[in-house]
Design a protein around this ligand. Structure first.
Ligand code: SF4
Ligand code: SF4
Ligand code: SF4
Length: 332
């Protein structure tokens, strides 16, 4: 199977012809929308790989080099590395009203930071803390946030922002004497209050801010949800931090790339070392926050869960009474 990178999940529709051509000429006639937003053509025979790679030269040049500004030589040998996985992104503010950022624009800038790389990295970008892109299950989840500004004079005291924050976010707003009071400790920067306000009394500031979640992963042994590493950082900081990933990976793996989830790499280095290397040379913006420590709680897949085999499940319609109870097993 061949996978075409689609940084941020958005490219011109004309490229659908590329995957169609590959699928019909060399594949089995189908295409699969990859879990990481790649365009995949299954069923390509080994003897056709060279022809497909030659055909892909133009696509790689246009998408990676010209669209994203990736610094690499494009040859007829296809993609030069597979370490850095396709950057996923939700649609962001080009379509979704909840978005605080343009996700695909950021994805294109980050493509340049991570590709080509032999070091493994999975990165997902979400336009708001709803995290539809599932950044919490990637090595890096980058989430657009905002610090809404309250313009007191425009407020008509309707209380809609309080209701929406209560319902959809973290319940940090209160109406007191027809004015809003905010407990800024726990605002998650979703921007729901901005969207709900009928008189534009909540305003998103010009500068885009981000949260960075690290160490999330799926997998058979130790799936886990990522945790917050940075909060309220600028795009500039994001680009610098992710730009340090290859250096960090090389350091931990002694310059020998291997297939290992970023979360495992962070565990191997220890959070303090990870923090030191990833923030090396990075100039943080004044409102940036960095997690002092991270404590992980892994999912325990080896728990003694007494699941009965299907053969021992009750048959449909079987009736259980106090005299004849259903035996759940488990030895109790
Ligand atoms: S994460 Fe937020 S911005 Fe992105 S699609 Fe979901 S709701 Fe919209
Ligand atoms: S940004 Fe979200 S969490 Fe913060 S006050 Fe507005 S609705 Fe509440
Ligand atoms: S929704 Fe807007 S106008 Fe209504 S209370 Fe909140 S800030 Fe004031």
């Amino acid at each position: 199977m061949i996978q075409l990178r689609v940084p941020g999940g958005l490219i011109e529709a004309k490229y659908l012809k590329v995957i169609q051509e590959i699928a019909e000429r060399w594949g089995d006639g189908t295409f699969h929308m990859g879990m990481r937003q790649t365009l995949n053509a299954p069923g390509i025979k080994f003897e056709n790989v060279e022809a497909v790679n030659t055909y892909l030269e133009e696509y790689i040049k246009e998408v990676d080099v010209e669209m994203c500004g990736v610094d690499m030589d494009v040859t007829k040998a296809g993609y030069p590395t597979i370490g850095a996985r396709n950057i996923m992104a939700c649609i962001g503010n080009s379509h979704c009203v909840k978005a605080n950022i343009n996700t695909w624009e950021l994805a294109r800038k980050l493509e340049k930071q991570i590709f080509p790389s032999h070091y493994h990295i999975k990165l997902a970008i979400a336009g708001c803390p709803n995290d539809c892109a599932k950044g919490h299950f990637n090595d890096f989840g980058i989430i657009g946030v905002t610090k809404p500004i309250y313009v007191k004079d425009r407020c008509i005291g309707c209380g809609r922002c309080v209701k929406v924050c209560d319902h959809a976010a973290t319940r940090v707003l209160k109406l007191e004497n027809h004015r809003i009071v905010k407990d800024s400790c726990c605002c998650v920067g979703c921007g729901e209050c901005v969207e709900a306000c009928p008189s534009s009394a909540w305003v998103r500031p010009e500068e885009k801010l981000f949260r960075v979640i690290i160490g999330g992963r799926t997998g058979k042994q130790y799936p886990r949800m990522g945790k917050m590493f940075l909060n309220w950082v600028t795009e500039d900081v994001i680009l610098q931090v992710i730009g340090n990933w290859q250096k960090f990976s090389a350091n931990v793996l002694h310059h020998k790339p291997m297939y290992i989830h970023g979360g495992h790499l962070i565990d191997r280095a220890g959070y303090q070392k990870f923090k030191e290397l990833m923030l090396d040379g990075v100039e943080l913006n004044p409102e940036a926050q960095v997690a002092q420590r991270i404590l992980w709680a892994e999912t325990e897949y080896r728990a003694n869960i007494n699941v009965k085999p299907m053969s021992q499940h009750p048959s449909p319609g079987e009736v259980y009474t106090l005299e004849k109870p259903f035996n759940y097993g488990g030895g109790h």
